[in-house]
Design a binder for this molecule. Structure first.
Ligand code: GRF
Length: 204
């Protein structure tokens, strides 16, 4: 078999997977100098499973139930290694990855977060922006470290809050107007910077 020089990615998602879908479509259009090896999820009910299956992307379902975080992360790592994946794209993954896991990954993990980091890290970011009455909201793609949404920022995008869209409407606008375009662009930027050795060393 010819060796594949392109960096190999997996997507890790726990939920509906609309960002995962935007990423899968970008990989499948051939718009990234990289390979998407598989989609991983910890949630057997996640909608992302069907989205991946419809596109013929291999899916690994690795539930956390009954496992310690270490044991679960060991399974994730084995699955990634078996697929020769170095880089991980978190797309609505609802758990924190440990420093030990990130150190063993051998590459980088990226995450997308629905706020203009470093503002509003952590859970319920859209709700907190809505309640704070921000005029400008957005999303950020960053490299993952062991903190909560604290790693180096790759790319961010913003929108003006209209004020009449409600919290749910704002969440939807952030996804459709910003995230689904931003994440694929950030992966392209990541690949370009990876190719010229211009990224910070993988965490931690
Ligand atoms: C997105 O808003 C993303 O920023 C956050 O989780 C949400 C995932 O949504 N990390 P989806 O599953 O991609 O639709």
């Amino acid at each position: 078999m010819t060796p594949d020089p392109a960096p190999r990615f997996a997507i890790l998602a726990s939920g509906s997977g609309t960002n995962a879908e935007a990423l899968m479509d970008t990989f499948q259009r051939g718009a990234l100098p990289a390979t998407l090896a598989l989609v991983l999820t910890d949630n057997p009910q996640a909608e992302v499973i069907a989205r991946a299956q419809r596109r013929g992307v291999p899916v690994a379902i690795l539930p956390r139930a009954g496992l310690s975080r270490d044991a679960h992360e060991a399974r994730l790592l084995r699955t990634l290694r078996d697929a020769s994946v170095q880089h991980l794209l978190l797309a609505g993954y609802m758990r924190l990855l440990s420093a030990a896991f990130l150190a063993q990954l051998g590459g980088h993990a990226l995450n997308i977060h629905p706020s203009l980091l470093p503002e509003f890290p952590g859970l319920h970011a859209v709700r907190r922006q809505w309640q704070a009455g921000v005029r400008v909201a957005g999303a950020t793609v960053h490299l993952v470290d062991a903190g909560i949404d604290t790693g180096p920022v790759l790319l961010s995008g913003s929108l003006l809050v209209r004020g009449d869209e409600g919290e749910g409407g704002l969440a939807a606008r952030i996804k459709t107007e910003i995230e689904h375009d931003l994440y694929p662009r950030a992966v392209l930027l990541f690949c370009e910077r990876l190719a010229r050795g211009a990224l910070p060393a993988p965490a931690p």
